[in-house]
Design a protein around this ligand. Sequence first.
Ligand SMILES: [Zn+2]
Length: 254
Amino acid sequence: MSEPDDSSDFGDVGKELPESPDELVHRKAHSPNFDERTLPITMAVIHYTEMVDQGFAIERLCDPEAKVSAHYVIGRGGEVVQLVPEAKRAWHAGLSYWRGIRDVNSASIGFELDHPGHKYGYTPFPDAQFDALVPLLARVVKQYGIPRANVVGHSDVAPARKIDPGELFPWDRLAEYGLCLPIPDKLEAGDPFDNDAAFYLALERFGYDITDGHKAVEAFQRRWRPRRIDGEIDGEVRAILFQLLLDRDQGKTR
Ligand SMILES: [Zn+2]
């Protein structure tokens, strides 16, 4: 899949990255919870540990019985502990999905932020912790050429199961370093349900090649509404496509 526009451009725009290319890892602990990657590294996933302290978190992430791990744990004071070599597949994302990737663990580096989570009192992430994450993530993003659109939270890749790192994680500050996508400040698309661009995206998602939009709409009509084939995106054509897409993506059809 081609990804022309969302490659990381940190350093060119936004804030300058803090100086600390080396010495980003303060100590290592060995987790046995990893195996071999089957995909190249194209993602970074940010988590919180949801544990009362870092000691318990690392203990659990290194416990063979727990069968969970991450590449890095970042303490509340900024200590970076590496648990799994980056070349290996750590077990942090679980059952997940992002942009066609179903084995997110194989495709990602996992960062666990030591944090009580929603379970033990949800509080802002300390600055020291964020300041340790930024250069480490920047190095990883640069080294593997990870697109900004692929720097995500656990909840993004497992929305039915996970809510970490949660609404207090400062994505806006990370975006200032060019390390993730910013939240759009202008919404130009208008009503997405009354918008041709949205229709084309949905049509492509359903499966059609939309290089020639008009021809694609004609092809869609020929199959799904043969009574009028004019390449125009009218209300009925919209309704048919969205019904098809919803039914399919919600598993009502296969
Ligand atoms: Zn998580």
